[in-house]
Design a protein around this ligand. Structure first.
Ligand code: UDP
Ligand code: MG
Length: 321
């Protein structure tokens, strides 16, 4: 079975067209499917339209209490989905539904757990694409996975990956990154990208910065460590500066050092440095607490292979594959 998950936030103008294009595609897959719309607290008629869809076969509509954001909405969709393969996509028709069969085919033929996508000729404004470039670069460095386009939500996941994601109760998550973290075989294919059918992007710069921070903070504590590094550097500079002053003063006399004012600066630098260092150490602890609180599993077992019962040992090996 295949689940299609679509987060919807104020997309009243698009929904009918979306359904019109999506329906033949999923029917063409020739297997059971469910389309899950998650209404992320829309303030327009989106929810009413969706409720209308829900009487059609294979359509589920999830209503959230308020606007939680795209990733949380997709997560809500995951939690009620029952497909073996799950496809996420945007409601605004920037991700053409016609690409879904390609995703599924790639996943099945290659035995992949996650199939990501690269938007061929992305049709967005510079305002929207530039921050994405930064996000992509940071995401690649942090997760160490060479995925080229993290932002495109037209993606396919296997059930196992989805279950692992549902099992980690995190507040702020970036689904493509988390999925890659939990998957063994990841690939990406090129897909078409279209202009937004109607309405405007829901991602102003403020939200993008937020998203970036979600991504960085949930995969590394570099920002916390950064303070420590800066502190060490500053303290060292302060001490070095003090040394230079000491020598210069011995050579040129008290007049040169402005009667000790410079020395004061050197001492101050060293202290400010130490303060940052202390802050950084605190940050290090906070980071560890944060990791504890996230309760992300320490490891994930992909599968268990065992050749039935081990002879002579009172131990029942699970007979899975
Ligand atoms: N979306 C959502 N909640 C939000 C913002 C967006 O569910 O708070 C949905 C939106 O309806 C769309 C998808 O997420 O289906 C992507 O949003 P958008 O097209 O605005 O983002 P962009 O294409 O600019 O990345
Ligand atoms: Mg869009």
């Amino acid at each position: 079975m295949i689940s299609i998950i679509i987060p919807v936030f104020n997309e009243e103008e698009v929904l009918f067209h979306l359904m019109e294009r999506l329906r033949p595609v999923v029917q063409g897959l020739g297997r059971p499917y469910e389309i899950i719309f998650v209404d992320d607290g829309s303030r327009d008629k989106s929810l009413d339209i969706l409720k209308g869809f829900s009487s059609q076969p294979g359509v589920k509509v999830v209503e959230l209490t308020r606007n939680y954001g795209q990733h949380a909405a997709v997560f809500a969709g995951f939690s009620v989905s029952s497909g073996d393969m799950i496809v996420t996509m945007d409601a605004d028709l920037q991700n053409p539904p016609e690409e879904i069969p390609k995703l599924i085919r790639t996943m099945e033929e290659g035995g992949f757990d996650v199939v990501g996508t690269i938007r061929r000729e992305r049709k967005d404004s510079l305002f929207r694409t530039l921050p994405s470039k930064v996000i992509n670069m940071v995401a690649r460095r942090i997760t160490k996975v060479k995925m080229s386009d993290w932002g495109c939500m037209l993606r396919a996941y296997r059930r196992s990956v989805i279950d692992r994601m549902i099992n980690c109760h995190e507040q702020a998550t970036f689904i493509p990154a988390l999925a890659t973290y939990f998957a063994k075989n990841v690939t990406e294919i090129e897909v078409e990208h279209e202009e937004r059918f109607a309405g405007e992007s829901h991602y102003p710069l403020r939200k993008l910065i937020n998203l970036q921070f979600d991504l960085v903070s949930s995969f590394s504590d570099f920002p916390l460590k950064f303070i420590m590094y800066a502190g060490v550097l500053m303290a060292l500079l302060g001490v070095g500066f003090g040394g230079v002053l000491g020598v210069a003063r011995a050579v040129y006399g008290a007049k040169w050092a402005a009667e000790g004012v410079f020395t004061l600066f050197a001492v101050l630098f060293a202290f400010v440095g130490f303060q940052f260092l202390a802050l950084g150490i605190m940050g290090e602890y906070v980071g560890r607490i944060y990791r504890e609180v996230r309760r992300r599993p320490e490891f994930v077992i992909e599968k268990i292979y065992a050749a039935g019962q081990a002879p002579g040992i009172g131990f029942q090996a699970s007979g899975k594959e």
